[in-house]
Design a protein. Structure first.
Ligand SMILES: [Zn+2]
Length: 235
């Protein structure tokens, strides 16, 4: 337990070349926490199986065998696991392709799905993801993708993963019954439409950026746009 084992060693130990399938059985049917830590290297994280973990793998197995494209299967798995932590291993397994995680990033960056990673949420480890909401009104602002991940991480960490307007973090929001809470970056000196045109050093200057919850960011953006429309009418 806790040691890294290669596929070859597993094949030798099990005396078969079907170790990958056996490994999957241990995960899917029995709920052992076994992660792939490198190319063909596995680690058993805990000696005891876990029912919740087994349930998630059974769900992953069911969706993996369903019809549809890799992306559709990932979507179905994320939706069915809404609010829960899913791992990179789950995603690759469900998608049945390598680099399933790229599809997750597309869903987030191109389609605005609010999918948290360790950058958005200190409770998550690298390789863990959480779909916060599948409500269309909770889609991320598409310009969030303009901010590089390292910068997002620094700004969120600096602001303690807390909305600078309402003072809530994820724990406080959950305690108040708001399961749709997630964080976005707000630029203090540019409205959403201007962000694309900003030179990178202006866009990415940390002191211009603050952490807001999605709800407050959307409200602020709408208020800016309303004011701008008012200005135009006033001219
Ligand atoms: Zn807020």
């Amino acid at each position: 337990m806790g040691e890294d084992i290669s596929g070859e060693e597993l094949a030798a130990a099990s005396g078969i070349h079907e170790w990958a399938r056996r490994l999957r059985e241990l995960r899917v049917e029995h709920g052992y926490e076994i992660t792939e830590v490198g190319d063909g290297i596995y680690r058993m994280e805990r000696a005891e199986p876990d029912e919740e973990r087994a349930r998630r793998w059974q769900l992953a197995n069911k969706i993996r065998r369903s019809a549809g494209s890799a992306t559709e299967r990932i979507e179905a798995f994320l939706e069915a696991s809404k609010g829960e932590v899913v791992t990179r291993d789950h995603i690759d397994y469900v998608a049945n392709i390598r680099e399933g995680i790229r599809r997750v990033r597309e869903l987030r960056d191109e389609h605005g799905w609010p999918i948290n990673s360790y950058i958005d949420e200190p409770a998550l480890r690298p390789g863990e993801y959480r779909l916060v909401s599948s409500d269309p009104s909770d889609r991320r602002d598409p310009r969030q993708r303009l901010y590089p991940e390292g910068l997002r991480e620094r700004v969120f960490a600096r602001d303690n993963y807390t909305c600078t307007k309402c003072g809530r973090n994820r724990e406080r929001a959950l305690a108040a019954g708001d399961t749709h809470f997630y964080l976005e970056i707000h630029h203090k000196h540019a409205v959403a439409e201007e962000l694309d045109a900003l030179p990178p050093d202006e866009l990415n200057r940390e002191e211009n950026l603050v952490t807001l919850c999605h709800r407050d960011h959307a409200a602020l953006t709408a208020a800016f746009q309303e004011r701008r429309r008012g200005d135009r009418r006033g001219r």
